[in-house]
Design a protein around this ligand. Structure first.
Ligand SMILES: Nc1nc2c(c(=O)[nH]1)N[C@H]1C(S)=C(S)[C@@H](COP(=O)(O)O)O[C@H]1N2
Ligand SMILES: [Mo]
Length: 400
């Protein structure tokens, strides 16, 4: 029996399944004045200028649209509509595997327990009184991919306090190995034919907990953390897939064993056939740091110039380049948004002149400073699980 098929896994809808019933979002919305465009940072130009039009993707179903935010449901973006560096809180994707608990900020306490010299308990006000850390972090769900045209993604400015400082203050004992983060949300899991109540939980190795610049966040894009995104407090681990960012945080527990909860050891586990020191093996690996990835999500046209736009994401390793190839032609260096930082998404754009009318294939790839190049679909390992879809993502557009 495959435990990946656990029945309370929310199914991520296929593009085809979504198309008709939902109200169509007007992606051709009104925008900034054309005259001001050149003075604005790169992604401000995602808003359409006066003379600009969206070039249709022919690889998308004709009435593809993003679902409205619905209580209890997942939500993804229509990536064609991205028009700013920060994803508005109402549009940021939403994923959870159990319920979306209402946690009262006034009565809130966070417990820090386990292998520490001083177990601690904090109210939200006590946490907010700690040194404030502000950081731009973009992430995607480990299950993001082409079916939703990469819509399980967002980039935001988060405010919180340092996880490292909190752990240091509690005093980590010598035998501390992992730090486990439990949410307030709960569900019933069938484990070895036993029904048990479980909280959402994820862990970090102690080195990651101390070094990953992780924060406990209470603010998102200048607003109190919204309910759907884990109010009043969530973990943000920069450079890691979304699953690491535990929402509705209830407890932090330090232990001397590896945590083997569902979302660490059964789900969000990538099965792939890879070379392990000269042996070909089927390996199971927990989804952790974001793999080097880029994707084209929007193409516009103004006169004879097309602008090809997209994003890159990774674990924070600096990028050497993001490149675009048109119809199998040479790789051309795209411009990376100067607003991009280590853990934000990295918006890019490339101006394409002289496109002939008809269909064209566009693809991007990211390259980091270590020389790692985003894999082509053919170069990807055999990988039957649906996590970590970081292959190059060719797009089809119709130019008029
Ligand atoms: N408590 C809790 N935290 C959670 C989850 C969950 O089910 N429960 N889902 C995780 C997953 S799989 C993802 S992709 C992100 C999504 O965060 P967002 O909804 O704010 O975009 O939250 C993570 N944190
Ligand atoms: Mo996820």
């Amino acid at each position: 029996m495959s435990e990946h098929d656990n029945n309370n896994m929310p199914s991520i809808p296929s593009a085809a399944g979504l198309a008709t019933a939902l109200p169509r979002r007007d992606i051709l919305r009104a925008s900034v004045a054309g005259a001001a465009l050149s003075a604005l940072p790169l992604w401000s130009r995602f808003a359409l200028g006066a003379e600009e039009e969206l070039v249709p993707f022919t690889d998308m179903p004709p009435n593809f649209t993003a679902p409205p935010v619905t209580p209890g449901a997942i939500h993804f973006l229509d990536t064609r509509a991205i028009d700013g560096f920060y994803t508005p809180n109402e549009e940021f994707y939403i994923v959870q595997h159990y319920n979306q608990p209402e946690v009262d900020a006034a009565g809130y306490t966070l417990k820090l327990t386990g292998l520490v010299d001083n177990p601690l308990e904090f109210t939200l006000d006590q946490l907010k009184a700690r040194p404030r850390v502000e950081i731009d972090v973009g992430f995607e769900c480990g299950g993001n991919g082409g079916g939703m045209f990469q819509g399980l993604i967002g980039n935001a400015r988060w405010v919180g306090c340092s996880l490292r400082d909190l752990l240091r203050e509690a005093g980590l004992r010598q035998d501390a190995l992992e730090v486990v983060f439990y949410g307030h949300d709960k569900g019933t899991e069938n484990i070895r034919n036993l029904s048990v109540e479980q909280s959402f939980g994820r862990s970090l190795h102690i080195d990651d907990a101390l070094n990953a610049n992780a924060i406990l966040a209470w603010e998102m894009n200048g607003e109190p953390l919204p309910h759907y995104h884990g109010a009043p407090l969530r973990l943000i681990v920069p450079g890691w897939y979304g699953v690491a960012n535990v929402k509705w945080l209830a407890q932090i527990h330090v232990q001397d064993r590896r945590f083997m909860g569902r979302f660490m050891a059964r789900d969000y586990v990538t099965l792939s056939k890879i070379d392990i020191g000269g042996e070909e093996r089927w390996e199971e690996r927990s989804v952790t740091k974001i793999r080097l990835k880029s994707a084209i999500v929007r193409v516009t046209k103004s006169g004879d110039a097309h602008t090809i736009m997209g994003f890159a994401l990774n674990d924070g390793t600096p990028l050497r380049a993001i490149e675009v190839s048109i119809d199998g032609g040479p790789w051309q260096a795209a411009t990376i948004d100067p607003q991009a930082s280590a853990y934000s998404w990295k918006p890019f754009s490339l101006v394409w002149r002289g496109a002939t009318p008809g269909e064209h294939t566009l693809v991007s790839r990211a390259i980091d400073v270590s020389g790692q190049v985003q894999a082509t679909p053919e170069e990807m390992p055999e990988k039957p699980t649906r996590w970590e879809n970081y292959a190059q993502f060719p797009r089809q557009v119709m130019s008029s």
